[in-house]
Design a binder for this molecule. Sequence first.
Ligand code: BGC
Length: 747
Amino acid sequence: MKRLVPAMAAFAAIAFFVISCTSEPSQTQETPMETQKSYSGKPIPEQFDAQIDSLIGQMTLEEKVGMLHGTSMFSTDGVPRLGIPELKMADGPLGIREEISRDSWAPLGADDDFATYYPAGAGLSAAWNPDLAYLFGQSVGEEARARGKDVLLSPAINIIRTPLGGRTYEYFTEDPFLNKKLTVPFIVGLQENDVAACVKHYAANNQETNRDFVDVQIDERTLREIYLPAFKAAVTDAKAYSMMGAYNKFRGEFLCENGYMLNDILRGEWGFQGIVISDWAAVHSTVKSLENGLDLEMGTPKPFDEFYLADPLLEALRSGAVSEAEIDVHVKRILRVLFALKAMGGEARPEGSIHTEEHFGDAYAIASESVVLLKNEGALLPLTADGMGSIGVIGANATKKNALGGFGAGVKTKREVTPLEGLQNRLPEYVEVRYAEGYLERYAPKKESVFGEVTQERALTIDELDPDLLEEALAVAAQTEQVILFAGSNRDYETEASDRVDLKLPFGQVELIEQVLEVNPNTIVVIIAGAPFDIGSIKEKAKAIVWSWYNGSEGGTALADVLLGQVNPSGKLPWTMPKDLMDSPAHATNSFPGDTTVTYSEGLLVGYRWFDTKNIEPLYPFGYGLSYTSFEIGEATPEWEIYAPSDTIRIRATVANTGTRDGKEVVQVYATARDSRVTRPAQELKAFQKVLVPAGQTKTIEMAIPVSELAFYNEESRSWEVEPTWYDFTVGNSSRDVQVRFSVRVE
Ligand code: BGC
């Protein structure tokens, strides 16, 4: 079946396992080829089952029920007389949340709950580096252990369907492949510390508007190909120990009582062995929830006894509406997780560590690879401090902190280096740094919002500039040699529980940027945000644009290092930046946000799949990001030309650094099926690899694409199907960059 591609035959014969990494093309160093690491998790052990059954046999009904619902804001009851501990949980995606009261959201005011603030999801995904996702999981896992937590409510991996989504900053990406490639190593790293991941929010929770009740309608193929792959990989590859049921409904049923999603797909098809934990106050029934797959109800401060899986469950037992055997099923799952985490069973657990220099270093490592260089006309960047007399730093985002803010989980930390501090720390003392706030973060008065209430009122901003601040900013711009303007958004403006109403940069920032650019046309614009914004006019007028994120404790340090050239930027956009909101699929199809129901009318064409299929030019494409050096992908050759569906396509690609600085490039491989009998997106990401190439050298990388990755989900047969046909691949450094093409045939 397999046939060698002629050009590849010689290559393969000479050096299949040899890398070429040369400063002169004639020299070949025999160092190992760069391949991707693969990550897989350990399943929940079965060896404790007999012990667990015996424990269950000794438990009273009340003790069992106490394990199935929150008895504080973030824990459940244990059974001390039997040595069963509480199950302790913590948010979340940005690091270990501060301790709150047992029965309300009020901070506990402790002085030992400082934690490392890690880059938010969009920052991690912009690094396009699975090894950093693993590092993140490892590092935050150690922090969770140090705080005595069993479950971390992370990662948050819902697909970015609309750029307006309030949690875009927290989630990873619009692409299911990138999503799963980051999700799996994150979970593996985390769970290696004996902390369970709680992968959220399962599933089809892609908007905040009406999230408590909106009924999401997605066709089956789109569900399988776009919205579920990362959740599936979390179970089948990473062996996640828990999953969070989302607030909303899917096809008419709330997700915490959705038998199709929980029992049929999650447990039935994927073999999930862990526990399903509800989102906070996402449960709507007792018997139905339990029977349809929910294990644990968590929530907000109504008396814990009144939870659906508390007194009402005891009531249902007494009336015969639910059996004790059913309850035992759920208790057993929780006990298995407690044993898997070594919270029981006597084996030692890692002690962990928190808020340490090492962890700040981990946060820095992620942040420094996530910054995206969008534009760099005339090589304005990196800045040279040598001989620089003064620098003007303008914009409230130069000093804004984002570890806390908005509605939703943040981190209490003593270390959040702002962009201004980052520059001050890194610039030589002789450079005079002058700061002007430029714009004010101001909101129109809002009514008191209640937990869980979805309101867009945060989006009502005051968009006029303050004349005095403007004057001060323009004076700084006129009187300093180099100007950097820090603009964008923040975690009060982009927040859980509400979606944005438009893509506009708030607080009058566009006007500020335009006026400053008139005074100093070499002003570097840095946008700090977690989601796309309309920066079309800035792209036209500014010569240099850098994009950074809610980037953790060392975000300002990483940013300064990029601006000053200590770090060569290697971040790539994890989503498409549209020119106009109405170019985006959910908006072009007028299917966001719906009211009681939302139908995902764009189907498979989420993100770049829509822009590329419909030939719409984005402002910046998915996968885009520049470097201070230049790269050329010289060749990309598959090992064979013809494959069977169970094969793996191995591609060898060369990446030359043709510039004068060492740098990292993300090689991206997109595929399309020729003459498919089903409609397919114009192209889909099927492999990527980040590689460090020293200046003037060439590296060879090997990427592996299992042929099964080329399958589509056949709704009729309800299975994945690899079509026998030709597949055309493009290789480049963004979804719109094609440097090399190759094709293979599947028979
Ligand atoms: C969020 C979850 C979070 C939970 C507990 C909910 O509002 O949707 O992501 O883990 O609160 O804080």
